[in-house]
Design a protein around this ligand. Structure first.
Ligand code: SF4
Ligand code: SF4
Length: 389
């Protein structure tokens, strides 16, 4: 089987934050220290080698970049300061753009102008929409559902969810076809068996195998449990912060997109109401986790915070602002300040909507689907191989 070589690969990857891969001399130390590397999926040395020789197809078919949680162990021990952890991070950005058939992801990751322009454009459209179509602004009480009826917001949310899901899932399907369709992933099979196996994979591994492994997808999605396996106390703190952010934004996403009719009410729920408590948890989890990450990146306090791509900042800043303005909506409602509530609500959506529209299908939020998806697929592959032998 031949592999297409892209001589400009290393150069192109600089735009995605991969700066030091050329100085790697392939000693393998990084793979030896990585707690998540395994015999069947060794990393990061292998993919760095692919990168150095321009094996773009091989990279595209590699599950390994998605199995790394960027704990930083390998970067701290690399004798060449090639920063393999950051290389893996940059590779994930690059692969995201290759899975994305629209090309938007590539523009977002490689052009700060496009990134800022697209965020401002979507935000301005939301503001314009409110300016033109908002409901009456009652001032004798806070009446958010008169100003912006939750049934209307719900319909718009569901349309947005449908569009985002279409892009995200179609890109996820491309990831699936690449990662599962590479015969080289099945070294113990003969060439003809590999081809047969590949065809079989692409046509579909027996459904019971997918179903039996699906719990792994749910587990990895919600707990990021592999990150906890990275080892040291610092890394466990990092896992906890990651978990706070991830659970916070997943829960609040479900509340505002699917459960808006229960979340956006004009009566104030009692303090022990589960929806109110979940809202407080999400606010705390995101603000704490994101503030921790922002301070870490500003101070460059850990190896994993030393290099920040503009997309990292966009994600953190927008998530922080979305959460903070959402919290202010709640505070102004409690203080019975109608006009302040309406204005901050519009500002909140002018930040939240671009974050969702741009980040979920095309940028950093894609990791939330791709990483557990690959972990799940590796479990499926293992079971399918056992059944094939
Ligand atoms: S990245 Fe560093 S540790 Fe890993 S193989 Fe290259 S030189 Fe060795
Ligand atoms: S950053 Fe951590 S998880 Fe990722 S390759 Fe390096 S040691 Fe492994």
């Amino acid at each position: 089987m031949t592999t297409a070589v892209d001589p400009d690969l290393l150069l192109n990857l600089k735009k995605f934050g991969v700066k030091d891969a050329s100085i790697c001399f392939n000693c393998g130390n990084c793979t030896a220290v990585c707690s998540l590397s395994s015999e069947s999926t060794p990393f990061p040395r292998k993919v760095i080698r692919y990168l150095q020789v321009g094996a773009k197809d091989k990279l595209l078919q590699s599950p390994e970049p998605w199995l790394c949680y960027y704990c930083g162990d390998c970067s701290e021990t690399c004798p060449r300061q090639a920063n393999p952890g950051e290389v893996m991070m940059g590779l994930r950005r690059y692969l995201t753009t290759l899975y994305d058939w629209t090309g938007i992801s590539r523009l977002f990751y490689t052009s700060k102008v496009f990134e800022i322009f697209s965020i401002l454009l979507v935000g301005a459209l939301v503001g314009l929409g409110f300016y033109r179509f908002h409901g009456p602004m009652l001032t004798d009480r806070v009446a958010l559902n008169v100003f912006a009826p939750n049934r209307v917001i719900e319909r718009l949310d569901l349309i947005m969810l449908g569009v985002l899901s279409f892009f995200l899932l179609s890109n996820g399907l491309r990831l699936f076809l690449k990662v599962m369709g590479d015969p080289a992933q099945y070294p113990a099979l003969s060439q003809s068996a590999k081809q047969q196996f590949q065809n079989r994979l692409l046509r579909g591994i027996p459904v019971p195998i997918y179903l039996s492994q699906f719990k792994a997808f749910v587990l990895h999605f919600f707990t990021q449990k592999q990150f906890g396996a990275c080892g040291t106390r610092t890394q466990r703190v990092q896992w906890f912060v990651h978990l706070l952010i991830m659970t916070g934004y997943t829960l609040v996403f479900l509340l505002v997109v699917v459960g808006i009719r229960w979340f956006q009410r004009d009566e104030i729920y009692s303090i022990w109401n589960p929806i109110r408590l979940i809202g407080y948890y999400c606010t705390f989890a995101i603000l704490y986790g994101v503030t921790y990450a922002i301070i870490g990146r500003l101070k460059k306090s850990k190896t994993v915070y030393e290099h920040s791509h503009s997309s990292d900042w966009a994600f953190l800043i927008m998530l922080w602002l979305t959460t903070f303005t959402g919290f202010l909506v709640h505070v102004f409602r409690l203080l019975e300040m109608p006009m302040s509530t309406y204005y901050i609500y519009v500002i909140h959506l002018m930040i939240a909507v671009p974050m969702l529209v741009v980040e979920v299908p095309f940028a950093k939020w894609t990791h939330q689907l791709y990483r557990p998806l690959v972990q799940y697929l590796m479990g499926v592959r293992e079971q399918a191989l056992k059944a094939a032998y």
